[in-house]
Design a protein around this ligand. Structure first.
Ligand code: KIV
Length: 263
């Protein structure tokens, strides 16, 4: 396992103003492509539930599913840091959080992430106390989307921004090596970033964060049925798949121009 000390590299990147690039992966080929491209951190996010498993949100993802996908990603990753999510209902107590984190580490994760700030300090302290590097996640928390009634922007008012700063300072004190800020108002994200010495990794939270994370399927246009507003896709992979599929169908049915020669 990577030592918590090795995580110092990310604080150092923040100090030097070097931005940290993070993408999700859930399987071997995607993880290998991202790793070979030089990504800093690969996250086996519970977003796997939505973009791979076809659930409506992340609240149905199980630990067994996370372990399965973490093992596949771990077989591919050589240079990036591999972080895996603790899924919903697997960290109610500090003891349960450590037991879940250890399973993810056995599956190949080098660090783990769970959703929550001040409210989850006991769980975070237990995980970091067990020597497992920890990435925090505050702001909009997808595992609470049903209670929240949607993916709503956080940090809009001074009171909300202050609460986010308290969350970030609490997770830093509990030993987190970085903190994801999800769908946080740009100005609040800047205040949080300035208030802690661990890097903030933003998703839909503006350019002032110390790094950026995206769901890879959103970045490459592999989940065309829904793209979050804050994503500018760099590719249209779904279109390529549809094109290749149509070409194969034509070739197979003998309706394409290459049908006789390319089988
Ligand atoms: O599950 C996930 O992919 C995440 C990122 C969106 C930060 O938590």
């Amino acid at each position: 396992m990577v030592s918590s000390k090795a995580m110092e590299k990310f604080r150092e990147m923040k100090r030097k103003g070097e931005k940290i690039a993070v993408l999700t992966a859930y399987d071997y080929p995607m993880a290998r492509l991202l790793d070979e491209s030089g990504i800093d951190i690969i996250l086996v996010g519970d977003s796997v539930g939505m973009v791979v498993l076809g659930y409506e949100d992340t609240t149905s993802v199980t630990l067994d599913e996370m372990l399965h996908h973490t093992r596949a990603v771990a077989r591919a990753v050589k240079q990036a840091l591999l972080v895996a999510d603790l899924p919903i209902n697997t960290y109610h107590t500090p003891e349960q959080a450590v037991a879940t984190a250890k399973k993810l580490v056995e599956a190949g994760a080098q660090a783990v992430k769970l959703e929550g700030g001040v409210s989850h300090v006991p769980q975070i302290e237990a995980i970091t106390g067990a020597g497992i590097p920890f990435m925090a996640h505050i702001g909009m928390l997808p595992q609470s989307v049903r209670e929240e009634g949607g993916y709503k922007l956080k940090g809009r008012t001074p009171a909300e921004a202050d609460a986010l700063i308290r969350d970030a300072q609490a997770v830093e004190k509990a030993g987190a090596f970085s903190v994801v800020l999800e769908i946080v108002a740009k100005e609040a994200a800047k205040q949080v970033t300035d208030a802690v010495s661990i890097p903030t990794i933003g998703i839909g939270s503006g350019e002032h964060c110390d790094g950026q994370v995206l769901v890879t399927h959103d970045l490459i246009g592999l989940f065309p049925w829904f793209t979050p507003k804050f994503v500018s896709p760099e590719a249209r992979v779904a279109e390529e798949i549809r094109k290749a599929t149509r070409a194969f169908i034509e070739r197979t049915r003998g309706t394409g121009s290459m049908s006789k020669t390319s089988a």
